[in-house]
Design a protein around this ligand. Structure first.
Ligand code: GLU
Length: 507
């Protein structure tokens, strides 16, 4: 029988979710949606030493920001719960015992010092079929001794008994069949008596099985663990319901070779986290895509294309279109260069297309930051409509439109030099008169009247228009002048020209 598609995103709450993890979550989500399946959030917190407070909430908030929600998880609940591994201790113990009883695992008492000594004495030491007979474990010690030590509270671990000389096959939807020999695997620790907790490998396999996961979609960095996972499925006798593996290509540095790191972001000025993150220990703040002024749909579109292509030349795609076109056949095996400039390009395109009312809401906090508290929302929407095509990031809306909200206090020196001559104040006075006479300030109408006046007087078009702009904007920049004066109240335009006449002193 076809099983219902069930995928999981299984982060360890060791800090903020890195952009590579976000891409993994996104591909899981897309695949689940495409197949009408379930998306599960499982928190893999069995390593208590690495637990970072706030990380769980952060992961959920960050994914929600880009529209990823879960069908089951620590917030939604679900019939396969609990979804936090630290709350599943009892379950794991049962399965560890099952492996021990079936001789698929054994108990080892070697202390860290003893292991270190073995590493010093045996070149390339690995705890495996060749060395386990020389170590202190339940395979080499009498049963009574093992039982006594456990009774006396001696710390131990449970190790997986990897059979030597076996070819282990991992079937991966992107990589095809990968075969490795079991001799390169060590007898991995599955459980530690010290904290009564399983390690990642055991908890991961048991949970994927119990939660009826059908596809394990995760980063390439987990590929080396996959052969061990296959052997664990076999050891439990679960090979028939083993999930399909999908290892996603690494995200690579934008320049140079190697894996993308936070340092690349710091150096080149792009975030590697979705939301700003404050490290609870150091207080250090790392920037986020949201706070930098990206739109979530731009981030989604950009990330979706890091490792996958739609098979045609579509670039701008809504999440629905991505889901529609998605397949692992079009995922690449080789790493995907993190071209952050492409991310900025997407954002530029999406801001240009975004609804003005929505942008105005997002722009509100930027206005407040600049001390603008009383802007009329309808005015803000119109201004945004005029400048949004020029913004890469949301704060660029301010750099493009600041003069709509604040009259210039200074005038760009080099523009003054070039465009403001002795004659200019007189011509600007005349311009005020012309503007006062215009009833309909819509762009085309005002433009026609002003240009007719300039032509009739035989003035220099460029000089007059640039002086006009200098007076209203403070510099020779910004959208079409008559688009500006269509939006800005006429009295404000005239006041600004008057102020410029008073304040600008040509050399
Ligand atoms: N807890 C692992 C992580 O932090 C999960 C890896 C997996 O998906 O199997 O990414």
């Amino acid at each position: 029988m076809e099983r219902k598609v069930r995928v999981r995103f299984a982060p360890s709450p060791t800090g903020p979710l890195h952009i590579g993890g976000v891409r993994t979550a996104l591909y899981n989500y897309i695949f689940a949606k495409k197949n009408g399946g379930d998306m599960i959030l499982r928190i893999e917190d069995t390593d208590s030493k690495r637990y970072v407070p706030g990380a769980e909430e952060y992961i959920i908030d960050a994914l929600n920001w880009i529209g990823i929600s879960f069908d089951e998880g620590i917030v939604e609940g679900g019939k396969y719960g609990p979804y936090r591994q630290s709350e599943r201790k009892k379950i794991y113990k049962e399965y560890v015992d099952q492996l021990l009883v079936n001789d698929k695992a054994y108990i080892a008492f070697d202390t860290p010092e003893e292991l270190e000594k073995a590493r010093q004495e045996v070149p390339n030491f690995q705890y495996d079929s060749k060395t386990r007979s020389q170590m202190r474990n339940s395979l080499t010690m009498p049963k009574e001794e093992v039982e006594r030590l456990i009774r006396e509270g001696e710390q131990y671990v449970v190790r997986f008994k990897v059979e030597p000389d076996r070819d282990v096959e991992v079937n991966d939807l992107i990589r095809g069949k990968v075969t490795i020999n079991s001799n390169i695997l060590d007898d991995k620790v599955l459980y530690k008596s010290a904290d009564h907790l399983p390690t990642y490998h055991l908890a991961n396999i048991v949970d994927d099985h119990l939660m009826e996961i059908t596809h394990v979609i995760r980063g390439e960095e987990w590929l080396p663990s996959a052969p061990l996972h296959v052997l664990l499925y076999e050891a439990f006798g679960w090979q028939d319901t083993m999930p399909q593996f999908v290892h996603l290509p690494l995200l690579l540095k934008p320049v140079g070779n190697g894996k993308l790191s936070k340092r690349d972001g710091d150096k080149l000025g792009f975030p590697v986290f979705l939301l700003e993150w404050k490290d609870p220990t150091s207080g250090e703040i790392s920037s986020g895509y949201r706070e930098k002024g990206y739109l979530p749909e731009a981030v989604v579109n950009f990330l979706a294309l890091l490792g996958w292509n739609p098979g045609d030349d579509s670039e701008m795609m809504s999440i629905e279109e991505i889901i529609d076109k998605f397949s692992f056949e079009h995922c690449s095996k080789s790493g995907a260069k993190f071209d952050y400039k492409k991310g900025i390009w997407f954002n530029h395109e999406y801001i240009g297309k975004a609804d003005n009312v929505r942008l105005a809401l997002l722009f509100h906090s930027i206005l407040l930051e600049h001390g603008v508290t009383d802007a009329d929302p309808v005015y803000v929407e119109k201004v945004i409509g005029l400048v949004k095509g020029r913004a890469d990031l949301l704060p660029d809306l301010w750099t493009q439109a600041d003069f709509f909200f604040k009259a210039p206090e200074t005038y760009a020196e080099k523009d003054v030099k070039k465009r403001w001559s002795e004659d200019t104040p007189r011509i600007m006075e005349e311009l005020i008169g012309v503007l006062e006479g215009i009833d309909d300030m819509t762009s085309a109408n005002a433009e026609k009247i002003v240009i007719d006046w300039i032509t009739e007087k035989g003035y220099h078009l460029g000089n007059v228009m640039n002086a006009f702009r200098l007076a209203v904007v403070g510099a020779c920049r910004g959208p079409h002048m008559f688009d500006i004066t269509e939006l800005m109240p006429k009295e404000e335009v005239i006041t600004r020209i008057r102020r410029a006449i008073e304040k600008i002193k040509p050399e």
